[in-house]
Structure formats: C-alpha cells, structure tokens
Design a binder for this molecule. Sequence first.
Ligand code: PLP
Length: 452
Amino acid sequence: MTQTATLPHFDHTPTPYTGPSKAEVLAARTKHISPGILTYYKDPVMIVEGKMQYLFDETGRRYLDAFAGIVTVSVGHCHPRVIEAVQTQNSLLQHTTTIYLHPNITRFAEKIARVMPKGSDLSVCYFTNSGSEANDLAIMMARLHTGNFDVIALRNAYHGMSPAAMGLTALHTWKYPVPQGVGVHHALNPNQYRGPWDYDDPDAGAKYAADVKDLIQSATPGCVAAFIAEPIQGVGGAVMMPDGYFSRVYESVQAAGGLCIADEVQTGFGRTGDHFWGFESQGVTPDIVTLAKGIGNGSPIGCVVTTPEVAASLKQRLHFNTYGGNPVSMAQGIATLDIMLEDNIQAHAKEVGSHLIAGLRTLADRHPLIGDVRGAGLMVGVELVTDRTTKDPATAETAAVFERCKDLGVLIGKGGLFGNVLRIKPPMCITREDCDFLCTVLDTALTEVGGG
Ligand SMILES: Cc1ncc(COP(=O)(O)O)c(C=O)c1O
C-alpha cells in the first residue's frame, strides 16, 4: 500500500514570482543556451527561490532539495549568516585581484589550513573558480614538483570538464572524443558491489590496490607524478573505497615518486559524518587536497590545498587567476566554514545521515529493485537493479523513480555509469523529519515503479 507523504512544516512564505513563464524560459534556453547542457526531468522544474533545505518553483510549490544543487549547498540555501556576510562585502568592495592585498583571501586560507588534519603540512591554498580548475592545477603542480608526468586516476571517477579534468574523468558519458588525458592511466574501480572483490572479502582493499601497483609497473616508466581519487565517488554513484585501499595505493604511488591527491569536492566539509574530510576515513593524509562545491555554499570557489614545498613548484613561472580569491566569494566561503564549525554540521550529517541510511535499508528489505544502499553521513547512493543476482542495472526504473520522487516533492540526483544510482546528498541542514518524508516518497515511487 502506498502512502501519501506531507512535507514537514516550514515557516517560510516564498516571494510571489513575477518573471517570465516557465514555457518562455524553456524556449529561450533551447534557443540561446548550449544544447550540451542537460536539464533534469521530462518536464523540467524551474526553481526561483531557496531557503535552507527547501526549493520553491515559480508557482510557490515547495520541494525537499535532496541533491543540494549537485552537492554544493552545504549549510542551506540563502543561509541568513551567509547572506549577511556577502551583502556586507558586496557593499564595500566587489572585486580586486591577488595583485593587491585583501584580508578575506588570507583569512579564508588560514581557516582552511586550520581544518586540515593536525600535524599535516597542508597549509597553502590556491583559490580557483571551480573544481575542474582546482584539479587541473593540482595535476600540474604534482608534475612540476616531482618532475614526473604520468598520473593514475580511477575508472568511474569524475574530476570535472576542463580538458585536463576530463582526461582524469573515466565515465564514457562525460568524455568527448577529443585529445585528452595524455599520461593519465585509469586503474580498476574498487567497487565492491560490482567489481571482482565484494563487501564480504576482507582483503578487497589490498586486491584492488594491487592493480594500481601493477598499473604503475606496466603502463608508466615506473615513476608517476600523482594519484588522484575521490574518497567516495560522487557522479560515479556513491562508490565507497574499500578499507585499507588508499593506504596501500598511497604507499605504491609514493614509492614511484608520486604525490597523492584527494579530490574532496563532494566529500569534504563534514558531509561524510565521521570525519571532516573523506580521506580521513582511510587513515591517510594526501599531499594535495582539492576543494570546491560545498566550500562556498553555492559561490563559485575552488581551492588547491598543499604543503609549502609542493606549492613552491609554481614559483618557477608566474601564475594568475582573475576571479580566484575574489573578496565576495571569500566572504561567502568564510561565513560557510564558520557556520559548519559553529553549528557542528559534521555531527549533524552523521546523526541525520545514519537515520537516512537506516531508513533506506528498511526500504531495501521490501523493494527487490534496490540492489545496494551505501554511503556515509549525507553522501548516499541507492543502486537499483532488475535482478539482485545478475545485478543488471535498472536504468529505466531508476529514471521512473526519479521522476516520481519529483512529482511527490523530493528532488534527488541520479548517477553511476548506467544511470541506475539515486544520489541523495542534501544541504546538511536537512532534518530527521525530512529524511522520513524522503523515505516515504521513495517507498511510494518504488512501489509504483517496481511493484514491490
Ligand atoms: C568530485 C568532483 N571533482 C571535481 C568536479 C568539478 O567541479 P566543477 O564542476 O566545479 O568544475 C566535480 C563536479 O561535479 C566533482 O564532483
């Protein structure tokens, strides 16, 4: 029996929308915006207002945002303290570049250095405008610092869409047939749900890590510039790294003269609950950490954090980024990080995320379409399959569930190589009541689509 769920009460009245109609916006978008940029949903949603974990369309309808603008809105849409900081900075100085001194960029860098693991030397920041730019720069710095060229990334990874970042990305849906990824080698995806070594294999981490060692020996000159990976693959469908994987891989990479880069664009800032950074769950400290998305709660900020020694590699030439470190973006980043720490967002992500994952596991007991529920904190994936034994991806069913959730008031994400993973990564201010609502909606959608 399906239930009709009601969104938890929320005390906010959206401003009446007076702009162009949805049909007009869609027509203009079709004509003037690149066709390569996709919209979600058969009937795209037009979002005109956001408040904390909720979004409002042009009719004033409220949705639970369970995807946070693709894991970007970390502390809540239009969080009042973020708005205040940005408005104050906007009225003082909107733009200056790094050719002059400004306190915001240094204040933010100091704060980021303070949340890096204690005892690490990760203390120097280079701000960019996006995660792709941060990853490009991290790879170049690793090459300059080590004098090596080859880079190891993982299959099923997503690191961005600039030419260099696309070369690191390893999902065919996100790779154009153009020259890219020169010197990049993709290791086996350590996916314990679909790969050769599963969750029950206590040596899975060691076995997947052995592939990286073999790759270095067989596909490179035996020395590498870097290994880059997401601690939990985001676009790839919330694929978790097996225990002990990073420590073994880092050992092989460092033995081959390389640096280890953690792409924390999605997993950073407490989202995974147990730790502030995703890499900490693997007991390692990288040489370079790349940040974006949640760092700015929606402001276009990326960042490369590294040691003074690695950072010095850029001194051999001049390097410049017009908007990187912009005072308004920095004000937004500072306010966001302050809120994360003052409101203990990480503990909240752990508590509410555990509640969500438990609720999703209960759904898995009833719905054979659910093949796997995985994740940590508020970085969660639900993989749908047509058959739990063969694990055939339920791509069409995932699309139908995804559409139905939207109709019922929940906006979620979709990913994985086969488009069969529901991605749930909400603003981290989401409540237990919101998670219960989400599970009830998902239950209804799965019942309607899968008949479970
Ligand atoms: C893990 C990861 N790295 C890098 C990027 C690229 O970030 P951006 O879209 O800001 O260039 C993304 C974007 O989704 C990402 O998920």
